[in-house]
Design a protein around this ligand. Structure first.
Ligand code: HAM
Length: 431
């Protein structure tokens, strides 16, 4: 039997990947940049299980969301309980928030995570059954300054990763009162077109008409062009919030456009919603999105605290970096490859390589090659700076041949100076 990674998943490899963005050094670079940025903004890392009770996502993401209706990996555990692989992070983090009584520890909490998410969707470029998200959740602050901070953190992360040509689309879906008013206005507008709407939109007409605004169907989009704007139905509170958010974003020069058709695919949003896309991308160019979800914590049995956050797909960030030809620092390379020729030399090289490593000098040992030529080829493949060669003759004379792989210069030094030779060079490369 031939084994394969499940459909819609992929391996992240040290080398030999079929696409450059699947190389593990790039993932580590991006993840380190992301962690550093989030920590600098005062967000703390949180890790939750990759599966939860199915009911959590039904309640959080919402029964009528595509994620819950069509895309969850749901299974019964051995005790017959329905569990689901997490399709998104917000519900899990809020469950952890309530369960661990975070509200007792203070009023404001800011979390971030980098974690795999699972959505059973038709796989295509940029859309996977297992994808990875960088997400943040800021709990406790109702002020639009919190929304602005979250949007700035998202944008700053992209900037630090070298992404350009991004568009931030901003909208407000208002509070419950605004949405009830808008629901009527939208249904009244759409009713004469009902038969022309796509099947999905017809199903949403009664249950969740706002989601029709999200439709990708071309005919639906045509019909929606003249639909009333949700921004005209905002309650006073929601309007003040939105106007202040715009002022704050203007102050710190975050470029955005208002798009009153953005509603997002999850049911927990209210007031602010936003999406970021790379202008150069294909169909799956949504890099990330988020919004405010006041009321979600309360619906999980916690205190009535507000929250706002975003999630951004790491795959899509890395694909955009690749499309925009962003360069990133290469992996740390070994300073030296120890190349033993013969059994006795192997022992000497093993001791020297180990001593280098214990002194934090990146060192490799070639336990395979029997000839200098093969050893040097291996040294260039792993991008070592030096190759240190020891054979029987070198052992007898207590020396080591050192080849600089860039300059091709070779020199001979005494064995007992070898460690200080590399430790000096390692210190100077770091200065
Ligand atoms: P979302 O828009 O469903 O939001 O997902 C966030 C991001 O994850 C998307 O913009 C996209 O980059 C990436 N993504 C989603 N599905 C896939 C997929 N199948 N393959 C590859 N990438 C994908 C959320 O999940 C919310 N929890 C975000 C949030 C946090 N809102 C508030 N706090």
């Amino acid at each position: 039997m031939k084994y394969q990674a499940p459909k819609g998943t992929f391996d992240i490899l040290p080398y030999g990947a079929d696409e450059p963005w699947k190389i593990s050094s790039l993932w580590r670079y991006a993840e380190e940049t992301i962690c550093k940025t989030a920590l600098e903004y005062g967000y703390h890392e949180i890790r939750t299980p990759i599966y939860e009770q199915t009911e959590l996502f039904n309640r959080g993401a919402g029964e009528s969301s595509d994620i819950v209706m069509k895309e969850m990996f749901t299974f019964l555990d051995k005790a017959g309980r329905s569990m689901s692989l997490r399709p998104e992070g917000t519900s899990s983090v809020m469950r952890a928030f309530v369960e661990n009584n975070f509200a007792q520890l203070g009023n404001v909490h800011k979390f971030f995570y980098i974690a795999p998410m699972f959505r059973y969707d038709r796989p295509q470029s940029g859309r996977y059954r297992q994808h990875h998200q960088f997400g943040v959740e800021a709990v406790g602050i109702a002020s639009p300054a919190q929304d602005a901070e979250v949007i700035d953190l998202m944008y700053e992360t992209y900037r630090r990763l070298g992404l350009q040509n991004l568009s931030i689309e901003l909208n407000s879906v208002g509070d419950m009162a605004s949405r009830l008013a808008y629901k009527d206005a939208l249904q009244n507008y759409l009713r004469p077109y009902f038969q022309e709407l796509s099947e999905d939109s017809q199903t949403r007409f009664d249950k969740n008409p706002l989601r029709i605004l999200d439709s990708k169907d071309l005919k639906d989009r045509e019909i929606l062009k003249n639909a009333p704007s949700i921004l005209l139905s905002l309650s006073n509170d929601a309007k003040v919030h939105f106007d202040e958010l715009r002022r704050l974003l203007d102050d710190v020069q975050i470029p955005y456009q208002i798009n009153d058709k953005i509603v997002r695919g999850l049911d927990y949003y209210n007031k602010t919603v936003f999406e970021v896309a790379a202008k150069t991308g294909g169909a799956q160019n949504a890099l990330g999105g988020g919004g405010r979800y006041d009321g979600l914590i309360g619906s999980f049995g916690g205190p009535d605290l507000p929250g706002v956050g975003f999630g951004t797909g790491i795959e899509r960030i890395l694909q955009t970096m690749e499309a925009q030809k962003v360069s990133y620092p290469r992996e740390a390379r070994p300073l030296v490859l120890w190349l033993p020729l013969g059994n006795d030399a192997r022992r000497a090289c093993f001791n020297l390589a180990t001593e280098c490593r214990h002194r934090n000098i990146p060192a490799e040992i070639d336990l395979h090659s029997k000839k200098i030529q093969n050893g040097l080829q291996y040294a260039s493949r792993i991008n070592a700076e030096y190759c240190a060669i020891i054979g029987t003759e070198e052992l007898n004379k207590k020396i080591v041949q050192i080849k600089n792989l860039a300059s091709r210069r070779q020199e001979e030094i005494s064995l007992d100076q070898a460690i200080s030779y590399f430790s000096d060079r390692w210190t100077s490369t770091k200065e």
